[in-house]
Design a protein around this ligand. Structure first.
Ligand code: SAM
Length: 255
């Protein structure tokens, strides 16, 4: 997968792309990330990439010419999907990450200031994507979020590809709670079933807690689930265990 990123601040990508899993994916040639400085494509003598908004108002707007020149210069092969990062775009989620991870090449355009001249969005990109309902100072962090979420879905990137399959949102539910050593920490114990070595019981426990968590934290997702009889049984077990845990953690004498 090739990512071409158009940005006014290419330096922002250096560390995220050289450390940890992304760094290794680059090193092993599983992804290639090319960051292009939009300013290099500004042709006027001051290399202006932004200007005042027509109609008045605060701030500056990114000019279309340097962005479109950059798109032309980096070329149409392999055929890219061109994405403009924008708080007004479609919300990025795991399903979008999966859809995009199957493509050969993505071009991510990072806006700054008050945003990008509307003609870029209307005529030169395939889609606009937002990473959440809040406004960032620029598209660089949003592009990195996308590169990260997409890259870890590419076969071979994670040590164990199965770990991406068990996670939150693969099915539209949250992941079960995770524990590691020590078995007891400051008096808090790991749920016994996880130490039992009883694989089927552990699976049931995990399923139950994943469902319970989803119902508690993301009722919107839970409402869309069609529970099987086994799901209901697992959920019931998790509810019972949780009720017991709450009772145990109440101070003496409390109602
Ligand atoms: N004036 C714009 C608006 O109200 O929609 C906000 C511009 S924002 C300060 C500058 C740039 O940051 C945007 O052009 C976009 O590239 C990026 N950006 C900000 N928030 C974002 C988000 N939630 N998702 C993706 N990109 C975002």
């Amino acid at each position: 997968m090739i990512f071409d990123i158009l940005s006014l601040f290419p330096g922002m990508f250096v560390s995220p792309l050289s450390d940890s899993i992304l760094g290794k994916a680059v090193e092993r040639g599983l992804i290639s990330v090319r960051v292009h400085n939009i300013r290099s494509y500004a042709r006027d003598k001051h290399q202006m990439t932004d200007d005042r908004p027509f109609g008045g108002g605060e701030g500056m707007v990114m000019k279309p010419e340097p962005i479109v020149s950059a798109l032309r210069a980096i070329g149409p092969e392999p055929r890219p999907r061109i994405i403009l990062l924008s708080p007004q775009g479609k919300l990025f989620d795991q399903r979008a990450a999966r859809r995009l991870s199957g493509l050969p090449r993505l071009i991510l355009i990072c806006g700054r200031y008050e945003g990008v001249d509307e003609r870029v969005a209307r005529h030169f990109v395939d889609e606009e994507i937002s990473i959440g309902d809040y406004v960032l100072t620029g598209g660089e962090l949003a592009a990195m979020v996308m590169v990260d979420a997409i890259t870890r879905l590419i076969p071979g990137v994670l040590g164990n590809d199965l770990s991406a399959e068990a996670e939150s949102f693969v099915e539209p539910i949250l992941e079960y709670p995770q524990y590691t050593r020590p078995q007891e920490f400051q008096g808090y114990k790991v749920p016994e079933i996880l130490l039992s070595g009883h694989h089927a019981a552990i699976q049931k426990w995990r399923r139950g807690y994943a469902l319970l968590r989803t119902r508690q934290r993301r009722p919107d997702l839970f409402a869309r689930l069609e529970l099987t009889a086994v799901d209901r049984e697992c959920l019931g077990l998790a509810e019972e265990e949780e009720a017991g845990a709450v009772r145990r953690s109440k101070p003496e004498g409390a109602g």
